[in-house]
Design a binder for this molecule. Sequence first.
Ligand SMILES: C[S@@+](CC[C@H](N)C(=O)[O-])C[C@H]1O[C@@H](n2cnc3c(N)ncnc32)[C@H](O)[C@@H]1O
Length: 239
Amino acid sequence: MNDADDDRSERDREPDGPDRRRRVRSFVRRPGRLTPAQQRALDELLPRYRLADPTAPLAEAFERSAPLIVEIGCGNGDALCWMSGNEPDSNFVGFEVHEPGMGRLLRCLDANGRSNVRVAMLDAVEVLQGQPDGSIDMLRVYFPDPWPKKRHHKRRLVSPTFAAMARRLLRPGGMLHLATDWVPYAEWMHEVLAAEAGLENLGHPDIERPEWRPETHFERRGLKRGHEVRDLLYRARSS
Ligand SMILES: C[S@@+](CC[C@H](N)C(=O)[O-])C[C@H]1O[C@@H](n2cnc3c(N)ncnc32)[C@H](O)[C@@H]1O
């Protein structure tokens, strides 16, 4: 998890794919301090919950066929842990690169006996780029780093490339649900997503927080700072 407003320069640019073009990432990997319990969770529980082969279709990571919901940047996982209990008939995949957050999520999944969740401590965009068309029922992105400084806007997860990828990955009628506590980022999201003809805004322009989304850690932090929260819901068109 990042405090998105400090200087990230270009130090974490990394090769992206065989053509060696470079992509600016939406996160910075920072060595967070792991509690002994989180370290134990990463050692003992990650092998059980992780995507064994992130290059294979995500649906193959589960023993059963069920609607597939993907959360990008699940942070400490409190929302994902809750949602996977609230929607037991769906399969969930959560992406988070922050180790302490993943440790906490794994502990929650284990304590609640969840079997419908797989996780990956990988760049979600890289994994999702390799996934088949129409293979995801819902994409959830809650409180992505807002990267408020203009020179960092290129790091925002939601971009025209992201919008096209989301459209491609969602089955017709599939949903993209986003939430942010940074109103200028909500406006940016709407602008970017409105330009993707294959996505239809189901809000006016926003929606009320739906019952499937609990309050998240970063949301509570934003609310304490007096920020307003926006939920956005888009549907993939059939043609
Ligand atoms: C501001 S935090 C929000 C966490 C959580 N959703 C919440 O609301 O409390 C955003 C998280 O997204 C993660 N993240 C950003 N880009 C990512 C990517 N491409 N793949 C995986 N995780 C990413 C960051 O590591 C960070 O923990």
